[in-house]
Design a protein around this ligand. Structure first.
Ligand SMILES: CC(C)(COP(=O)(O)OP(=O)(O)OC[C@H]1O[C@@H](n2cnc3c(N)ncnc32)[C@H](O)[C@@H]1OP(=O)(O)O)[C@@H](O)C(=O)NCCC(=O)NCCS
Length: 285
C-alpha cells in the first residue's frame, strides 16, 4: 500500500480482504485504510446505498463492512476537540469519569457529525442533532433540533427533518438497505422512520408518524394496503401524505374492550395546501 491517497477501488479491495481477518491481524495498515475510507465517505466517493434507474435502493455491502471494520480496528482513546468544550454552574460540576475504568464511549454532543458521512452544500443543522457514520445528507437539507440521522441513512436534497424526527440507522446485516428519504420530503416533528423504510420524493410524513417494516400502511386515496414483503423495504410512494391513524385490534378480547392499534394512513397526496403548510422560509436558510 503506497502513502499517497488511495483510490476508491483500492479501498474497496482492501476492506473486502481485511473485513474477514481476525482483530489480532489488524494493524497500522488497517488504521490507514480506515482513515482513507472515512475520508472517501466524507467526500461522497463511497456511499452506503445506491439508487438504480428503476428507483430500487441497494446497500453497498463493502461500505457497511468498512464501517464495521472501522469500529473493530479502533482502540479506546480520550479526545478533546477544540473549539468544543463544556461549561456549567460551579455547583453543578460534571462527573469525573475515567473512561477506561468503565470502558465508556462518551460520544461528543450536543451536535455531532461523525467522520465518514457525506454532507452536501447548504445543509442547516440546529442543535442538538446527530449525524452518524455512513450517512448521506444532500444539498439544502434542514436538520432541526433533536434529530437523529442513523448510520448509513440516505437523506436527499431539500429534505426537512423537523424537530425530534428520528431516522433509524442500519449497519448489520451488511446487506440491509438503510432508511432512505428521497428529495423534497418533509418529515414532521417527532416522526420516526426505521428499518430500511424508503420514503419517496416529495412525500410528507406527518408529525408523530412512525414507520417500520412491520407496519402496514393504509392508503385511503388509492384504497390499498402497502406492506413490506419478505426482505423488502416499506416503500412510501411519491407525494404521499402519511399521518398517524388507528384500526381495530384483532381478536374478540380486543373487540370487546374496544381496543385500537396504531397504524399509519395515507390520507391524501400532496396538493397546494400541503405545499403551503410545509414550505420552508428562505429566511431560515
Ligand atoms: C401532514 C401535514 C403536513 C398536513 O398536510 P395537509 O396536506 O395540509 O393536510 P390537510 O390539512 O389538507 O388535511 C387533510 C386531512 O388529513 C387530516 N390530517 C392532516 N394532518 C393530520 C395529522 N397529522 N394527523 C391526523 N390527521 C391529519 C386533516 O384533519 C384532514 O382531514 P379531513 O379531510 O377529514 O378534514 C401536517 O399535519 C403535519 O404533520 N405537518 C408537519 C408539522 C411539523 O412537524 N412541522 C415541523 C416544523 S414546526
Amino acid at each position: 500500500m503506497s502513502s499517497s491517497r488511495m483510490e476508491v477501488g483500492e479501498i474497496r479491495e482492501a476492506i473486502a480482504e481485511q473485513f474477514h481477518q481476525p482483530s489480532s491481524m489488524l494493524g497500522e495498515e488497517t488504521l490507514r485504510l480506515v482513515t482513507e475510507f472515512l475520508a472517501a465517505l466524507n467526500r461522497g466517493e463511497l456511499r452506503a446505498a445506491h439508487r438504480d434507474e428503476q428507483g430500487g435502493w441497494t446497500a453497498d455491502v463493502v461500505v457497511k463492512q468498512g464501517i464495521l471494520l472501522a469500529f473493530r480496528a479502533g482502540t479506546l482513546t480520550r479526545k478533546e476537540q477544540p473549539p468544543f468544550f463544556w461549561s456549567d454552574k460551579s455547583t453543578l460540576p460534571l462527573r469525573t469519569i475515567d473512561p477506561f475504568q468503565h470502558n465508556l464511549r462518551l460520544v461528543p454532543g450536543g451536535s455531532s457529525i461523525r467522520e465518514g458521512c457525506y454532507l452536501g452544500q447548504n445543509v442547516v443543522c440546529m442543535p442538538p442533532m446527530y449525524i452518524n457514520i455512513g450517512a448521506w445528507v444532500d444539498d439544502d437539507t434542514m436538520i432541526d433540533s433533536h434529530v437523529l440521522i442513523g448510520s448509513c441513512a440516505q437523506i436527499g436534497k431539500r429534505v426537512h427533518l423537523s424537530a425530534g424526527a428520528q431516522i433509524g440507522g442500519v449497519l448489520e446485516p451488511v446487506g440491509a438497505v438503510p432508511v432512505v428519504i428521497e428529495d423534497n420530503v418533509l418529515v414532521g416533528g417527532n416522526a420516526g422512520i426505521f428499518e430500511g423504510t424508503i420514503v419517496r420524493q416529495g412525500a410528507v410524513v406527518g408529525a408523530g408518524t412512525i414507520l417500520t417494516r412491520t407496519m402496514p400502511v393504509y392508503d385511503l386515496v388509492k384504497e390499498r394496503v402497502i406492506e413490506a414483503g419478505p426482505g423488502e423495504a416499506l416503500d412510501i410512494p411519491e407525494r404521499a401524505v402519511v399521518v398517524p391513524g388507528s384500526r381495530p385490534a384483532r381478536g374478540s378480547f380486543a373487540h370487546q374492550a374496544g381496543l385500537q392499534v396504531y397504524t399509519p394512513l395515507i390520507i391524501k397526496y400532496r396538493d397546494e395546501g400541503t405545499e403551503a403548510r410545509t414550505a420552508l422560509s428562505e429566511d431560515l436558510r
